[in-house]
Write a protein that binds this ligand. Structure first.
Ligand code: SF4
Ligand code: SF4
Length: 614
């Protein structure tokens, strides 16, 4: 009788689980396929680190992350126990009386204790501490799930104290099994569905941060316009979100008081999918205004512990808006500049030529030169950044590096790509690729982190593979080999500086040590700011926001928030390594009327080298 009752309950709860899962699977299966398993060894390695070892979960929130890891590892360890108990309860096969099963149960006791510690900590944190990223209301569902887990572990531990076949033992067994069934029926509609989906989502996450596959215009692809256009990985992401708020608290736009909240973007995607309103415009689902507030800094998807990618959604929706002529006016002006003059400021090409001549630069020739220096829009036209490039050229010449530049460059296309103007990006990219190929370039050196990402990763999607390095990496290696230093002895006064990691260098390229190695090699004492290395706080320039009308921005300016963080280090000198960070942060400094000094990394290094050699 009890076996029959258990079968009925089992089928009812598993049925409820399966129905909910089927709805979500149908929605994912109906989407344009955006799943990929390229670079499989890399994906497996990341899976082991982020799922099995819970690296990303622990990294940002070490205590809460470790507690979560204890619960996760406990769940994995209990998998076999739960299956065996179910098979026994359903009278399929009874392995519960074997000696090895007893040994397995004993081995599970430390796991049960660890799960209890972890879940009680997380319960207190969620119910009473309530960090801002978890939302402003206590989630009843989370409390129920946490109490379920406490019950599961307690009933498991009680099995060692209760005599088999007694009424208490039976009640204990039924409680344990019913909680598992109820848990199962509850999870698909809750954020705990990540228990099932996150291993798959992590495995399917692109190896490239901010991966934006090219649109194929021959297939009339125009980007994401409606809910129907959301790809399969985007839909999987929406159902995987665990609502931890890591993306939210790391988002510079949200941090500066703007409406954009990457967590809300994912949850709105989920709601729109489940509502079945597939023809609804994404500009309405998220609001157009919010979509233009993203700097594309990548913090959200880099911090997400369950493999969610926000940028394909945000930029995909921007592409949809641009294709309908719905880009903001400031972007219209920038696109116009790119179209007419192939640079973001719309300046005449003679200005680049003047700089090239005055800096004594040769046109690249593979027979004469080892490396091509890519100037970028800032290097070609921004007088301030040209000082930095002159420093780079001086270092290269001092170390006998043979380098040249292209006779003509277009913008690499980053501002068009990240703002969703894919057509313009492809025009610029294809033109540059043609010129780079024709020039026989094998290695590119640039001081612009956006050029590193775009030429290195986005151009590769056209089949153009080239080695591209940021000047900090190139010069650090050059000077390390050479053993160059200030020549000052031990105890010499050190410059107190802070280094602002550009998002496209620290986070996207993972270049965090080389700039610091250069600074310390040349006598700097680095005061690290809040948010640094591979999780910097953005300067606010990316994603086309360099061109936005600052007076119309809601909340604070992202650059002001970052400038305050840099000032709080107490260092009077800020070292930068990206032309756009430099422009934004100097703007913030001017508004704050602060006397902070800015120096570009190459200028700092060259100044020290020149002094040491004098
Ligand atoms: S990319 Fe950066 S600015 Fe954009 S949503 Fe993510 S964290 Fe926010
Ligand atoms: S998208 Fe990722 S980081 Fe953001 S709330 Fe969801 S699970 Fe957390």
């Amino acid at each position: 009788m009890s076996i029959l009752a258990f079968w009925v309950l089992f089928l009812a709860f598993v049925g409820a689980f399966a129905l909910q899962v089927a709805t979500r699977v149908r929605l994912i299966a109906a989407a344009p396929n955006t799943f990929s398993v390229d670079h499989f060894p890399f994906r497996i390695k990341r899976f082991l680190l982020d799922v099995v070892l819970q690296r990303r979960t622990i990294r940002e929130r070490p205590v809460a992350g470790l507690m979560h890891a204890l619960v996760f590892w406990g769940f994995v360890a209990f998998g076999g126990y739960t299956s065996i108990e179910f098979m026994s309860g359903l009278a399929i096969v009874d392995l519960t009386r074997t000696p090895w099963f007893y040994g397995y149960r004993v081995a599970l006791t430390p796991f049960a204790a660890a799960v209890l510690v972890g879940i009680v900590y997380l319960l207190i944190r969620r119910a009473f501490v309530r960090p801002i990223g978890l939302g402003d209301h206590v989630s009843i569902e989370s409390i129920i799930i946490a109490l379920f887990i406490v019950t599961l572990m307690t009933t498991f531990l009680l099995t060692f104290r209760l005599e088999e076949g007694t009424l208490t033992e039976r009640i204990n067994w039924w409680t344990h099994m019913m909680v598992i069934l109820a848990f199962m029926a509850l999870i698909p509609a809750s954020k705990h569905f990540h228990l099932v989906l996150s291993p798959v989502t992590v495995l399917l996450k692109s190896p490239e941060l901010g991966n934006l596959p090219n649109l194929d215009f021959e297939k009339e692809q125009v980007g994401l316009e409606t809910v129907k256009d959301l790809g399969s990985k985007m839909r999987l992401d929406a159902f995987t979100c665990v609502e931890c708020g890591r993306c939210q608290v790391n988002c510079p736009a949200w941090g500066a008081g703007k409406e954009l909240n990457p967590k809300a973007i994912i949850l709105q995607t989920k709601d729109a999918l489940l509502a079945g309103t597939i023809e609804r415009k994404l500009g309405e689902v998220y609001s157009e205004k919010v979509l233009w507030q993203c700097t594309t800094c990548g913090a959200c998807e880099n911090q997400c512990p369950v493999g969610i990618e926000h940028l394909p959604i945000l930029i995909g929706a921007r592409r949809g808006l641009v294709s309908n002529g719905d880009a903001p006016a400031y972007l219209g002006a920038m696109y116009n500049n790119l179209e007419r003059r192939s640079n973001i400021w719309g300046l005449g090409y003679d200005q680049r030529t003047k700089f090239v001549q005055s800096a004594g630069l040769e046109t690249f020739d593979p027979a004469k030169h080892d490396v091509l220096v890519w100037l970028g829009c800032a290097g070609s036209f921004d007088a301030d950044f040209q000082k930095s490039l002159r420093s780079l050229f001086a270092i290269l010449r001092a170390k006998a590096v043979r380098f040249g530049v292209l006779a003509k460059e277009r913008c690499n296309g980053d501002p068009a790509k990240r703002t969703g103007n894919e057509y313009m990006f492809q025009e610029l990219a294809n033109g540059n690729i043609e010129d780079l190929r024709a020039a026989g370039v094998k290695k590119i050196l640039t001081s612009c982190p956006h050029c590193v990402k775009t030429i290195g990763a986005d151009y590769a999607k056209f089949g153009y593979q080239v080695e591209i390095v940021h000047s900090s990496v190139f010069v650090e290696e050059l000077l390390r080999r050479d053993g160059a230093s200030t020549g000052d002895g031990v105890g010499a006064p050190r410059d107190i500086v802070t280094f602002h990691d550009p998002c496209y260098l620290g986070r996207y390229a993972g270049t965090v040590d080389e700039p610091r190695d250069l600074l310390t090699r040349f006598g700097a004492d680095i005061r690290e700011p809040e948010r640094n290395r591979d999780n910097p706080y953005c300067c606010g320039a990316g994603g086309g926001l360099l061109f936005a009308d600052k007076e119309e921005e809601p909340g604070s300016r992202i650059s002001d928030v970052r400038f305050n963080q840099l000032q709080a280090t107490g260092a009077n000198t800020v070292v930068t390594a990206c032309p756009f960070c430099s422009i934004m942060l100097k703007g913030a400094q001017a508004s704050a009327q602060a006397d902070t000094q800015f120096v570009d990394l190459m200028t700092f290094v060259n100044g020290k080298l020149t002094k040491a050699n004098a």
